[in-house]
Design a protein around this ligand. Structure first.
Ligand code: ADP
Ligand code: MG
Length: 261
């Protein structure tokens, strides 16, 4: 399907883009793994509705940083505030996880649950949504990502691209305000990359605030408001896609682009 998202999003999903309020504020974020200093004072402000693409060499801290934003990895210096909720210690974990959906390179679906059960698990367990309401919403989300007909299959019966679309629907089922993607198409065969990127593009156009670690240039050029270039545990370039691809400032960014273009 070329337009996997319904053109008229249900009420509450079509948020105006870049409405301006600060939804993520990271100030001086530090992270150590033992003696290894993985994040070295990362500063970032993201406004509601922004689509931010994160690139940079392997090992530069991209995954570590976005994992700190929903406290999958606790940071150990500086501060992070997500939609007004300070991320400190463990006390705000549930609130944060409700605000922030995450999609990984490996789809991480539960193999023993059907597609629809994967999607309704968190809403019924965590949100105490009724089975009927959760199923209805789950089917709506599957229609949105273009695979409603797969609802009663198991993950192993689906292609990689379909599984990743289920993972996106599952994250959306908790009505997050922010979606984080960590190399969502890196594990996919080339012919499946587009169907996942198309879903992500429509999500971006619907007004979702998104941080996406990806090296997919077409996606970045088409929908990103900003590009962050990570190197050595920090953001060394924060600019528009036009500027970044045409005239990267940082030597490491130039070298990186010359390798992937
Ligand atoms: P990227 O996503 O940019 O490739 P990562 O954020 O995954 O980089 O990793 C940044 C650095 O932190 C790497 O050198 C990596 O080896 C290290 N690192 C990441 N996670 C851990 C961990 N759980 N334990 C030890 N080192 C880690
Ligand atoms: Mg990574």
């Amino acid at each position: 399907a070329s337009t996997p998202l319904a053109p008229t999003a249900p009420a509450g999903e079509a948020v105006p883009r870049r409405s301006g309020e600060k939804i993520i504020e990271a100030v001086g974020v530090q992270k150590h793994f033992g003696s290894f200093h993985a994040l070295r004072g990362v500063n970032l402000t993201v406004r509601a509705g922004e689509v931010v693409v994160v690139i940079g060499p392997s090992g530069s801290g991209k995954s570590t940083f976005i994992r700190t934003l929903n406290a999958l990895d606790p940071h150990d210096g500086g501060s992070i505030t997500v939609d007004g909720i300070p991320l400190n210690g463990r006390q705000n974990l549930d609130a944060i996880r409700r605000e922030v959906g995450m999609v990984f390179q490996s789809f991480n679906l539960f193999p023993h649950l059907t597609v629809l059960e994967n999607i309704t698990l968190a809403p019924t367990r965590v949100r105490r949504t009724s089975r009927a309401d959760a199923d209805q919403r789950g089917l709506e989300l599957l229609r949105r990502v273009g695979i409603e007909e797969q609802a009663h299959k198991y993950p192993a019966q689906l292609s990689g691209g379909q599984q990743q679309r289920v993972a996106i629907a599952r994250a959306l089922a908790m009505d997050p305000k922010i979606m984080l993607f960590d190399e969502p198409t890196s594990a996919l065969d080339p012919e499946m990359i587009k169907e996942v990127l198309d879903v992500m593009k429509e999500l971006a156009r619907s007004g979702m605030t998104m941080l996406v670690v990806t090296h997919e240039m077409g996606f970045a050029r088409e929908v990103a408001d900003r590009i962050l270039f990570f190197d050595g545990g920090n953001i060394v370039e924060d600019t528009t896609p036009e500027h970044f691809y045409q005239n990267p400032q940082h030597e490491r960014a130039k070298a990186f682009l010359s390798k992937i273009l």
